[in-house]
Design a protein around this ligand. Structure first.
Ligand SMILES: Nc1ncnc2c1ncn2[C@@H]1O[C@H](COP(=O)(O)OP(=O)(O)OP(=O)(O)O)[C@@H](O)[C@H]1O
Length: 353
């Protein structure tokens, strides 16, 4: 079995002539350089991650708190500042007007692609909407520099975009506090997409919303993605949201990507014990069996355990897991995992429940 498996050393090996990735992240490492009790330490928040995101797909990124999701997306967006630094690797976009290697761009080149090609929907809408200024100012501040339309033409462009997203253009005259939380988040999404970006990063955009409002926001994101043909990197720890929204799913644990595949395949046949645990802990109607909590806690990323970072909590851990970090290997078509046990016998992983 092992002989048949193929170690993926570079994400390019996953591409086929039919799928041209819009984003290629190659062996990316980004660490926080900090002083802990007077000693220099590195928090390895993004540790050797390779992945690709195709055009016209929603790629989900899941993992518990502190697994490195926010650090990874900030690094992908080129939006990092000290103490977070890129130590190794690359982030490349193949936009329709040419390739960009994010860490080879000048600050001017980077700001030229922000909002117009690469856009970001933040966690809390209030971080982009100024509480003392009307919504229309946010559109002028962020989008106006990136479109050719000015004055009344710009207003018409924004109003048309809002209407297309089923929002009343009257929101432009409102102050953020006059809108509900759900409405503010929809406005933030309209703001992030008004320049028709090719790549959208959404960082937990629905976490603070109730389930009904959340549903509306998720369908809005799906509608935008389908209408504009954009790619979306959607980050949330909420596996139920991933099940409903994303096309492919990557699972992070302790700064590393541990599994990736089509969302339905990951849910049907998880290939990493951590993913199997995440899925088995989702509530199901009629299932009254008590849910087992995962024992232990995630490791410190300033001093992670050797070998597989999940091994101290893994019910299937074997000797090699304590010694060697498992490589990411494609086990089923388009479905890869970093797990020694799954690489020897994928069926064993499904005994974790
Ligand atoms: N400014 C910082 N300085 C030092 N370490 C940091 C800093 N910000 C985050 N970290 C550490 O980096 C690691 C990854 O954090 P990150 O916020 O990326 O995780 P996350 O998966 O997005 O978590 P959450 O879902 O809670 O936002 C954690 O160990 C965290 O403590």
């Amino acid at each position: 079995m092992i002989a048949e498996l193929r170690a993926i050393s570079s994400p390019n090996e996953l591409s086929t002539p039919q799928t041209v990735p819009l984003l290629t992240v190659d062996r990316l490492k980004a660490y926080y350089k900090v002083k802990l009790f007077g000693v220099d330490r590195e928090v390895r928040a993004v540790d050797d991650i390779s992945l690709m995101i195709n055009r016209n797909e929603i790629y989900g990124l899941a993992g518990e708190s502190s697994s490195g999701k926010s650090s990874l997306i900030k690094t992908i967006a080129g939006a990092i500042r000290p103490p977070l630094r890129v130590v190794e690797g690359s982030v490349r976009f193949a936009f329709s007007d040419g390739e960009r290697d994010i860490y080879k761009l000048s600050p001017q080149e980077l700001s030229a692609i922000r909002w117009s090609r690469l856009s970001y929907i933040m966690q809390g809408s209030m971080s982009v909407l100024n509480p003392v200024r009307r919504i229309r100012h946010a559109f002028e501040d962020f989008a106006l520099p990136h479109v050719s339309a000015k004055g009344a033409d710009f207003t018409r462009l924004v109003e048309r975009h809002l209407s297309r997203l089923h929002l009343d253009p009257a929101v432009l005259q409102a102050y953020p506090h006059e809108l509900s939380g759900g409405m503010r988040q929809r406005v933030t999404i309209a703001l992030a997409t008004v320049c028709n970006p090719e790549f959208i990063i959404a960082d937990e955009p629905t976490t603070a919303l109730d389930v009904i409002v959340q549903k509306g926001v998720l369908s809005m994101i799906r509608e935008i993605q389908q209408e504009f043909g954009s790619s979306v990197l959607f980050v949330t720890h909420d596996m139920a949201v991933h099940a409903n929204l994303t096309d492919r799913l990557g699972i992070m644990y302790a700064g590393r990507l541990v599994e990736e595949g089509r969302t339905r395949d990951v849910f049907k046949k998880p290939l990493h014990p951590y993913t199997a645990h995440l899925i088995s802990s989702l509530p199901r109607i009629g299932d009254e069996a008590p849910k087992k909590a995962l024992e232990g806690s995630p490791p410190s990323l300033a001093d992670p355990p050797p070998g597989c970072r999940f091994h101290p909590r893994c019910p299937l851990a074997i000797e090699v897991c304590r010694r060697e970090a498992p490589p990411m290997v494609e086990i089923l078509p388009g479905h890869r995992t970093a797990c020694h046990v799954a690489q020897a016998d994928p069926a064993r992983v499904r005994t974790v429940a």
